[in-house]
Design a protein around this ligand. Structure first.
Ligand code: GLP
Length: 249
């Protein structure tokens, strides 16, 4: 696992966007793994600019997202479907039907989770996957647990996660209690993983991910076992690491 540091988060977003551009140049039919949250927004903005400038094309690519809230339809402004449409899909040239997210309003949620997992398995592996991290070290919505969940699954969200994400809702009661999240198998099978973390409220999670042991109570720590994972951290997120724990970008 490589830990890359830059003082400013924009430099890291640019670096991550460049990895996506290079991957799409190498294989225009790449299968991309995508994340939501405030962290990847700038990277998506860069990819939109690069598409408009003709530097990259998504016209043969496909994408799978990490997660979706249970109970929010794709037209709900706080849904991850909506977020992705706003932040990336409307800004780049994916063809119709190329973007898949779990359906949070499926009648049978467990079945939806397994179907989603099977779809990803049928693709083979994700070529490149972007991740954020929760302040409790979750990735996707793989919350701290006694085990690492392998498959896409329905998860009950931690109170701390609901608090963290309440900024996207009018009030805390509106934050869904459950989500569907990609499991660790698809994450660990991705050929390349980039995890970005910005700001001091991620510092503890980053310290535990980088310095702690592999532990399902620190879900992101599983990336220590990934053969091609890069952790991208800004000054705030790096504040509990020492200089020898990271390389500068
Ligand atoms: C949500 C998402 C995660 C994301 C996390 C961090 O909980 N399910 O995939 O990494 O938020 O969000 P932010 O980037 O806004 O800090």
């Amino acid at each position: 696992m490589k830990v890359l540091y830059a003082k400013e988060s924009d430099q890291l977003s640019r670096w991550a966007a460049d990895r996506f551009v290079e991957q799409l140049k190498k294989n225009p039919k790449s299968i991309l793994g995508l994340a939501t949250g405030s962290t990847p927004k700038k990277m998506y903005e860069y990819l939109g600019e690069d598409t408009r400038a003709g530097k990259v094309s998504f016209s043969q690519a496909k994408s799978y997202n990490l997660d979706e809230y249970v109970g929010l339809a794709s037209d709900h402004p706080a849904s991850y479907h909506y977020f992705m449409q706003e932040q990336l899909f409307s800004k780049v040239d994916f063809p119709e039907g190329a973007n898949t997210l779990p359906n949070g309003v499926a009648e049978d949620l467990d079945k939806e989770a397994l179907t989603y997992d099977r779809k990803i398995q049928e693709e083979g592996e994700l070529d490149i996957l972007i991740l954020g991290i929760g302040s409790n070290a979750h990735i996707g919505f793989n919350e701290p647990n006694n085990v690492f969940e392998a498959l896409t699954h329905v998860v009950e969200l931690d109170e701390s996660t609901r608090q963290d994400n309440s900024r996207f809702f009018e009030k805390i009661e509106d934050v869904p209690t459950h989500a569907i999240s990609m499991g660790m198998r698809a994450i660990m099978q991705a050929k390349e993983v980039l995890l970005m973390a910005f700001g001091e409220n991620k510092a503890e999670a980053i310290r535990d991910l980088v310095k702690g042991k592999v532990d399902p109570q620190v879900p992101a720590s599983i990336l220590q076992l990934h053969p091609n994972a890069t952790i991208l951290i800004d000054e705030g997120a790096a504040s509990l690491l020492s200089e020898e724990d990271r390389e500068s970008l």
